[in-house]
Design a protein around this ligand. Structure first.
Ligand SMILES: Cc1cc2nc3c(=O)[nH]c(=O)nc-3n(C[C@H](O)[C@H](O)[C@H](O)COP(=O)(O)OP(=O)(O)OC[C@H]3O[C@@H](n4cnc5c(N)ncnc54)[C@H](O)[C@@H]3O)c2cc1C
Length: 481
């Protein structure tokens, strides 16, 4: 109701919604369904995983007698975008002689990393970050010194600048790594179009101007003709365009990173191994799993939306939020491949002969993290959105799935130490995991391995999880007036 009728309130909004819903049920959806078919058995396997997982059941597939080590230097929990990136960066420093054990309760890329849209995003744009961080700063202002409105605004801008700088570097590092390592993951850098309604035009102009002024020019605005040229989508108004966003096969990216790590001698990986508890010990941590316990000097959580289940102190601070997608053969032929395409309420993608559609951001209880429970009503609705901006065409949906992304209260990531020692987290990426995970993992690996000469893009004052766990005890950045 809020999405469709943001300006109406109370009874009027409900009435408008009921009328809209009836029209959807009796006219719009049946019309869209004239072109769309659902396979007899729609699979819940995400499109990226439908050809299997080369690291499934590792190492048990080849060595059923393998056992976890009793002790290691570092344990990484969760092998998605962030965890696989961490393993890669760790292995690149194998000259340190330190060993990493990576664990996942499923298989590598079985979480959201293997269920997403496949865009390598440049992060949320500068203006959007200011808009999410500012209300949070206002809500905790009494705990952080009672700043003036102007100072809070400045602080929010500082947050946005740190975030954007880290994401821009992250995007370039991903491109360079794929090229240098020769990863086969269908990478192409052709941008990301995001449609905007008439009443969002003012905000679009403001967001582009603000980003350019702050030195972050990736977020631009393009007219309807250009939108059609780059994406095939037909819109009536200007759209946002992230110039340097890319697309890839996200699961292949994760597997390539992890396989490269496993090719070194400094990383071991155990899938189907669920971490039940992480407890402090005198000289480090004890990681208890369903297959035994490991003592280690450092531990890194890359468990994103599952984090509150393992560490309840993150309940309500890392909020699992469901997003869903569907795909299958057919769909509009004018839809361009490789480019990110977002309508105002849905995303679309062309992958070979297949079309992907998706959307949603529904907060779910912690225990539903990672559950695959797509709503068929939403898939129908996404088909109507597809027909709004593309020429209706025959389309057969064969796969339909969902995943959970994670929002912190300020929608700003957490990349840093949880306990002030060697228990780290990389997460809270607000549905933009590709923008944070690679560079974030590099910086945390460097910190644990003592590589202080490398640039660190995640200063504790901004990215530390203490910011949300203990706002009054956190060391906030100086406000640059
Ligand atoms: C439909 C959809 C579309 C999206 N589109 C995009 C996009 O185009 N671009 C983008 O950047 N982002 C996108 N996202 C978000 C992106 O997928 C996430 O931000 C990203 O996957 C998070 O990566 P991660 O490694 O932190 O978490 P995940 O990929 O969720 O990995 C967490 C891993 O931790 C493991 N784990 C959890 N608990 C435990 C435990 N106790 N013991 C052992 N292992 C555990 C899980 O099994 C899982 O493999 C999308 C998400 C969805 C659902």
């Amino acid at each position: 109701m809020r999405m469709h009728f943001p300006k109406d309130k109370g009874v009027k909004r409900v009435l408008m919604f009921v009328l809209w819903a009836l029209k959807q049920m009796w006219c719009t959806i049946p019309k869209a369904m004239q072109q769309t078919q659902f396979a007899k058995r729609v699979s819940k396997i995400p499109v990226w995983l439908k050809d299997g997982n080369p690291l499934a059941n590792h190492p048990w597939e080849e060595d059923p007698t393998a056992t976890l080590p009793a002790e290691t230097d570092c344990v990484l929990i969760g092998c998605g975008l962030a965890g696989c990136a961490f393993a890669y960066h760790w292995a690149k420093n194998s000259d340190t002689g330190k060993h990493l054990v990576t664990l996942d309760m499923g298989d590598a890329a079985s979480g959201s990393a293997g269920r997403n849209e496949g865009l390598v995003v440049m992060g949320r744009y500068y203006h959007m970050v200011v808009q999410t961080v500012l209300p949070y700063l206002q809500s905790i202002n009494e705990h952080i010194g009672g700043h003036s409105d102007n100072d809070l605004q400045e602080l929010a801008k500082q947050f946005a600048a740190k975030y954007a700088a880290s994401c821009y570097r992250n995007g370039d590092m991903i491109e360079r790594t794929i090229r240098e390592e020769g990863f086969d993951c269908d990478y192409a850098r052709e941008g990301w179009v995001q449609a905007r309604d008439a009443d969002q035009q003012e905000s679009l102009i403001e967001s582009v101007e603000m980003g350019v002024k702050a030195g972050f020019g990736d977020w631009t605005s393009i007219g309807p003709d250009k939108v059609r040229e780059v994406s095939g989508m037909t819109v009536r108004h200007n759209a946002g365009f992230s110039v340097a966003a890319a697309s890839f096969h996200p699961a292949k990216w994760c597997w390539s990173l992890l396989q490269t790590a496993l090719d070194s001698t400094s990383v071991s990986h155990f899938s189907q191994t669920k971490v039940l508890e992480v407890s402090d010990e005198d000289s480090g941590y004890l990681v208890r799993t369903n297959r035994g316990s490991i003592r280690c000097r450092a531990v890194v959580l890359c468990t994103e939306s599952y984090t509150p289940l393992l560490m309840p102190e993150f309940h309500d601070l890392m909020r699992p939020t469901q997003t869903q997608a569907a795909s299958g053969p057919g769909g509009p032929s004018e839809m361009k491949p490789h480019v990110g395409i977002s309508g105002t309420r849905a995303f679309f993608g062309r992958h070979g002969e297949e079309t992907m559609i998706g959307s949603d951001a529904t907060r779910v209880p912690d225990k539903q993290a990672g559950k695959i429970q797509p709503s068929r009503f939403l898939t129908h609705y996404l088909c109507t959105e597809l027909n709004e901006v593309f020429t209706p065409a025959k389309y057969k949906i064969t796969n339909e799935w969902s995943g959970t992304v994670t929002y912190t209260p300020d929608e700003f990531p957490v990349v840093g130490s949880i306990d002030g020692h060697n228990k780290f987290i990389i997460g809270g990426m607000a549905g933009s995991g590709t923008a944070v995970s690679f560079n974030g993992a590099r910086c945390i690996a460097n910190r644990i391995l003592g590589k202080t000469d490398e640039q660190d893009d995640y200063p504790e004052a901004y990215f530390s999880p203490r910011r949300i766990l203990d706002p009054s005890g956190h060391h906030w950045p100086e406000i640059e007036r």
